[in-house]
Design a protein around this ligand. Structure first.
Ligand code: NCD
Length: 315
């Protein structure tokens, strides 16, 4: 595997290799010194054309914990705001010797363009492209689910909300079904994409009836910035029908976990008490994200498949 562009490209074995590598790396997070020398001398560029907090700092922390050099490149403070093309940006990164480019872009397909253009030799990692995919988010979600539920075969995961604009939903639908989970998307009809019938999922418009059968419920942010139309009558109505409030929370089985990729609209898709409850794994998702991204960078860049711990021993 040279690039990570899409959850659709990952087989079950690829996915398990990444998740198992992340399990080893996750133990570093609990140590006082969180660093391995594995990617010393390698350069990882974070190329972010869209605003991001957790994904960018997560990739940055992941690369630094593997001792790579990190260059953060954000569109607003670079020549991109002066009209430079993607190609010229790519040639600049290539000239600087980037080994991996982690890219987030508002246009679906941009990471694929970069990977297939021949402009750069680096590995490309998709950190979210438009409304298309966000594979490392799906990997960290699967990682978090496995920590709480064990093997995901036959487990029921309910993904709720703005599926239409959500790259997180698509990547999760693909990855979780690759791992054998049963995914149900719950949304108002206006927020389900055309063609969802070809996804490996079930769909429903009724949240209440799916909750008592769910092993996990993943709430999605209502993406106001991508909405150029009215998709529901009012925020209040959306929240009443599709928000995870305290009453709905009580319908979940005792073992079920609550997830959200962040950033959350508290009071809209999720109530503050549910977000902060003991069944919420939202903060843990962030911690796990670093381990999963370390695993991805390690597997793409180290060019070998021995265990990271074994490398530490010989370093
Ligand atoms: C998600 C994204 O950017 O796609 N957030 C994230 O990566 N943590 C979801 C969102 O923006 O709602």
């Amino acid at each position: 595997m040279r690039h990570l562009l899409s959850a659709a490209d990952l087989t079950r074995d690829d996915t398990l290799l990444i998740l198992d590598t992340a399990v080893e790396l996750r133990s570093l997070a609990d140590r006082p010194i969180k660093k391995l020398p594995t990617l010393r001398g390698r350069t990882v560029v974070n190329l972010f054309f869209e605003d991001s907090t957790r994904t960018r700092i997560s990739f940055e922390a992941a690369a630094k914990r593997l001792s790579a050099d990190v260059i953060n490149f954000s569109a607003k403070s670079s020549s991109l705001s002066k009209g430079e093309s993607l190609k010229d940006t790519a040639l600049t990164l290539e000239a600087m010797g980037a080994d991996a480019v982690v890219i987030r872009h508002g246009a679906s397909g941009t990471p694929h363009r970069l990977a297939n253009s021949g402009w750069v030799r680096s590995s490309i990692v998709n950190a979210g492209d438009g409304t298309h995919e966000h594979p490392t988010q799906a990997l960290l979600d699967a990682f978090t689910l496995r920590r709480h539920l064990g093997d995901l075969e036959g487990r029921r995961v309910t993904v709720v909300g703005d599926v239409l604009h959500s790259r997180v939903a698509r990547s999760n639908a693909l990855l979780l079904s690759t791992l054998g989970a049963e995914v149900t998307l719950v949304a108002p009809p206006t927020l389900l994409p055309v063609g969802v019938s070809t996804w490996p999922v079930q769909t429903s418009y009724d949240l209440d009836s799916t909750l008592d059968k769910s092993d996990a419920v993943m709430m999605l942010r209502v993406q106001h910035e991508r909405m150029n139309d009215a998709f529901f009558p009012s925020a209040r109505e959306y929240s009443r029908r599709y928000g995870l409030d305290d009453r709905r929370f009580a319908l979940l089985p005792d073992h079920a976990v609550v997830m959200h990729p962040g950033p959350m609209n508290r009071g809209m898709e999720i109530s503050a008490t549910v977000a902060d409850s003991h069944r919420s794994v939202i903060v843990e998702q962030v911690t796990n994200g670093v381990a999963v991204r370390m695993a991805v960078l390690y597997l793409l860049l180290s060019g070998q498949r021995s265990s990271p711990a074994a490398e530490e021993a010989t370093a």
